[in-house]
Design a protein around this ligand. Structure first.
Ligand code: NAP
Length: 303
């Protein structure tokens, strides 16, 4: 067992910012990341609403923050945390499963995962036309006709991005007004290769060895078939926190309930970023949570 001042679960903007603050205060910090550092922002083609930065890709933002933290001496392990207990011991999927990690305080900053449509063909054609990341996979569909489903900023941003790559972009949304910002809508309406399919959902994904078409069902229960080479699914995110429910309270959607922002029900276990119940999930609010959680943790760990 190795002892740390602070263990951070999740290397997205909230977790990495928490690490930045703790490392600058000379604390011994360990970060666990199950996938790649950066979290959801890694998937954003452009970030244009971070104060002081005119425009940066999500990948560049993530790399810069990750390198900043590594330079300060953060220890990072690419392991999945499967349980933490109230004594601040962390258990991971490390094959040598007698290895555990202990800290004075823990910050849970595991973010969210892409929500699924839960329709026929979604799992089968994943990576064969179905994608949850236009920035990552968009280039495979240069000059092809593609569809995007969703009505938030991610879907709108993906549609703008794909309109410069694909020959035709169908944007499918279940209502006739969008959750995403007008700025993107204006840009999309001015493009001659973007078509809106409103009051409709994708009901089935068809193909043989790869996606060939999708079924679209409108609010009158009428179903039509649309031939496309890819479907980008951008219908929001949901958290995955069951493994922490011994030390935190979850709301109905599975988000961690916090008192005054960062405290969970267990002393010295904190929460930061998109994973907690909050009103606005943005890069700015994630880094804000990370800095507050680390500062509060450092203040309370030696009491
Ligand atoms: P979101 O804002 O939660 O939007 C999800 C969209 O998917 C909604 O329009 C929703 O429809 C639709 N939807 C949900 N479940 C569906 C289903 N089963 N079938 C069909 N449609 C479904 O998610 P997001 O766009 O990923 O954005 C998440 C957060 O990141 C937001 O706060 C967003 O502002 C932020 N973000 C910001 C930027 C930026 O500022 N550059 C870029 C990307 C994301 P309804 O509207 O009908 O509920």
């Amino acid at each position: 067992m190795t002892d740390y001042d602070l263990i951070i679960v999740g290397a997205g903007p909230a977790g990495l910012t928490a690490a930045l603050y703790a490392l600058r205060a000379n604390k011994k910090v360990l970060i666990f990341e199950a996938k790649a550092p950066g979290g959801q922002i890694l998937l954003a083609s452009k970030v244009e609403n971070y104060p002081g930065i005119d425009c940066i890709s999500g990948a560049d933002f993530s790399n810069n923050l990750y390198n900043q933290v590594v330079k300060l001496g953060a220890e990072i392990k690419f392991e999945t945390v499967i349980r933490i207990d109230e004594n601040k011991t962390v258990y991971t999927n490390n094959p040598e499963n007698d290895i555990t990690y202990k800290a004075k305080a823990i910050i849970i900053a595991t973010g969210v995962e892409n929500r699924k449509l839960e329709i026929e063909g979604e799992k089968e054609f994943l990576g064969k036309g179905v994608s949850y990341c236009a920035t990552c996979d968009g280039n495979f569909y240069k000059g092809k006709e593609i569809a995007i489903v969703g009505g938030g900023n991610t879907a709108l941003e993906d549609a703008v991005y794909m309109s410069n790559i694909a020959s035709k972009v169908y944007l499918i949304h279940r209502r006739d007004t969008f959750r995403g910002e007008d700025m993107y809508l204006k840009e999309l309406k001015a493009m001659d290769n973007v078509e809106f399919i409103l009051n409709s959902t994708v009901s089935k994904i068809n193909g043989t060895d790869k996606l060939e078409s999708i079924d679209i069902t409108n609010n009158n229960e009428e179903t039509s078939n649309l031939k496309v080479s890819a479907l980008f699914i951008a219908v929001g995110q949901s958290p995955k926190n069951e493994m922490f429910n011994n030390v935190v309270d979850l709301n109905e959607q599975g988000y961690i309930i916090s008192e005054d922002g960062v405290h969970t029900k267990t002393p010295l276990i904190y929460v930061a970023g998109d994973v907690r119940v909050k009103g606005l999930r943005q890069l700015t609010t994630a880094v804000s949570d990370g800095s507050i959680a680390a500062t509060v943790a450092m203040r309370e760990m030696n009491k």
